[in-house]
Design a protein around this ligand. Structure first.
Ligand SMILES: [Zn+2]
Length: 300
């Protein structure tokens, strides 16, 4: 049984539009379901972890810490889990899922099996991509008993050539979106020519998939915390959040399990707490990706 629900959590969950969760079926239902939608016009902050590191020893303690900190601070987050990492850290992920499966703060989705690239000029052929995603989804089903309906695109460090401008850019990239749609995917990064995927939610009606949401994505910690491309890590993030808030824009924050655990100043996720404190102070509402998907006014 989960712990007692406090008032702050109840309000947060209601505002986050948990309503649709019950309709999502599977095991992610919750007694806190409510009809209340996200407040119109409210700026959303989407914090996610691309959860992809294969080395269980190096990641020891991370998932337990995530549960403790995100519960303590009531921080919703989405975990886009790579199939190969689930296989490599199966015991830890089983324990994690057992702990969070009924808690709407934790949204678990997919990040391919092998970190394969969608939306690149020279990406793998469609059947290779399909096999990779099928394998990853099967791994989710084996370990969690739930099939994911969301994916976050993987960076491939130039291996597949330049990133395209969107899924609408080539016949091949359209076929890639068709392929993930056929696997039941309902949400993926906003990725269409001419739109700023860091700022806007979209749907893919333009290329035949009005039922697929595109979510805001950007500000990867591999850039600001790992490579320190913009100087002091936290100063950069704070500045981005402040300027986003000043422009009244939604704000994505892309963390990685391995960066947050092995490159952060401590193993307490203090940087995550600090970032969230600022976002909340500036009026942002923290939400999971699945809560956005259920809030059709946002993207449909
Ligand atoms: Zn990744």
């Amino acid at each position: 049984m989960r712990r007692k629900i406090n008032r702050r959590e109840l309000l947060g969950a209601a505002a986050a539009g948990i309503a649709g969760l019950a309709a999502a079926g599977a095991t992610r239902t919750n007694a806190m379901a409510t009809k209340k939608k996200l407040e119109p016009g409210k700026k959303l902050f989407l914090l996610r972890y691309d959860t992809e590191w294969n080395n269980a020893r190096q990641m020891a303690g991370f998932l337990e810490k995530v549960v403790a900190v995100h519960r303590q601070e009531q921080i919703p987050a989405t975990f886009f889990c790579k199939g190969a990492a689930l296989d490599a850290r199966e015991r830890e992920f089983r324990a994690f899922y057992k702990e969070v499966k009924d808690d709407p703060l934790f949204d678990i989705q997919d990040h391919s099996y092998s970190h394969i690239g969608l939306g690149y000029e020279r990406g793998s052929d469609i059947e290779t991509l399909r096999a990779d995603y099928e394998k990853s989804f099967a791994t989710h089903e084996r370990i969690f008993g739930v099939r994911p309906i969301g994916i976050s695109r993987c960076g491939t460090s130039g291996k597949d050539g330049p990133r395209l401008s969107g899924f609408d850019a080539t016949e091949k990239s359209r076929a890639e979106l068709d392929m993930v749609a056929s696997l039941g995917v309902k949400m993926i990064n906003s990725f269409l020519t001419g739109i700023d995927g860091r700022k806007v939610f979209i749907n893919y009606g333009k290329i035949g998939h009005p039922d697929i949401m595109g979510f805001v994505s950007g500000y990867s910690d591999t850039i600001w915390m790992l490579k320190l491309k913009y100087g002091e890590a936290m100063e950069y993030v704070f500045e981005k959040i402040k300027s986003g808030a000043a422009r009244n824009e939604h704000m994505p924050l892309m963390l990685h399990d391995w960066v947050a655990w092995t490159r952060a100043p401590d193993k307490e996720l203090t940087h995550v707490k600090t970032i969230v404190d600022l976002a909340r102070k500036l009026g942002y509402e923290l939400v999971t990706h699945i809560a956005c998907l259920k809030n059709k006014a946002l993207w449909a």
